[in-house]
Design a protein. Structure first.
Length: 261
């Protein structure tokens, strides 16, 4: 029955998994972590927003600023590496060098003196993905990326929304889940709620179970939309006009400061 569920997931993901990063696919691994998830308890923390004291990343781009909370409690190695690189200025003046229109963008790779991506040049030590049932590639999610399936390096993806996934596909997936004999009623309810949330808030469903989700944008989703709306080369997916992440600043969330702003 798990195979039936994963087959249904794959059908929904086909549009995304066929999209490439200059020759590589984000879902090229044969392994999907969802087959091992315990769905009896899911806490969709990304929909709750940041709490006082949470670590956040502030992205200043050519098209505006967006802010994301980082989930070091769920993926400590990925977050620690991201924070270390951000604090060292490694993400400053980096080009956004891949845009899948209205779906996601990619940045954080090694660049030349002008901040333009120079291709893979030992994109830092690869970390094994830190999968977690509580974290999903919703709209605004920060996702680790690497050419090697099952790993992430210094590069990161920011999700917008894959609108090729239809309500009909989600309904079919929910039907498959409901008929699964090896799932409890609690698991089925949690899965159905998860799929409903994807349709409600958006995201890149096809990445689910393939990647490390390590952060969630809570402010500036409109900036992400502006970036992914830009035109890119139909073969390389590189933006036709340069867009830069001018800086990534690590800070601590404060509800008082947020309200004051």
């Amino acid at each position: 029955m798990k195979k039936r569920i994963l087959a249904a997931l794959a059908a929904c993901a086909v549009a995304v998994s066929s999209l490439t990063f200059t020759g590589c696919t984000v879902t090229s691994s044969n392994y999907n972590a969802m087959q091992d998830y315990d769905f009896s308890s899911i806490d969709l923390v990304q929909l709750e927003g940041p709490q006082d004291g949470d670590t956040i990343a502030i992205f200043d781009t050519d098209l505006g600023e967006f802010r994301a909370v980082l989930y070091d409690q769920y993926c400590p190695k990925t977050v620690a590496a991201f924070v270390e690189r951000a604090n060292a200025g490694e993400y400053d003046n980096n080009s956004i060098y891949t845009i899948i229109k209205d779906t996601y963008f990619l940045s954080g790779g090694f660049t030349d003196d002008d901040g333009k991506y120079v291709g893979r040049k030992d994109d830092s030590e690869a970390l094994e993905h830190e999968y977690n049932v509580n974290l999903w590639p919703f709209k605004g999610a920060l996702v680790g990326y690497c050419d090697l399936p099952g790993y992430s390096d210094r590069r990161y993806i920011v999700c917008d929304n894959d609108d090729t996934i239809t309500q009909e596909q989600i309904d079919e997936l929910k039907k498959t889940i409901t008929e699964a004999e090896n799932r409890t009623d609690v698991e089925k309810a949690n899965l159905n709620n998860l799929f409903d949330k994807f349709m409600e808030v958006g995201g890149v469903f096809g990445m689910a179970g393939y990647v490390t989700v390590f952060g969630q944008t809570y402010e500036g989703l409109d900036v992400i939309e502006k970036i992914t709306a830009r035109q890119s080369d139909e073969n390389t997916y590189r933006p036709l006009e340069d867009i830069y992440v001018k800086s990534v600043t690590i800070s601590t969330y404060s509800s008082e400061e947020s309200t004051a702003e």
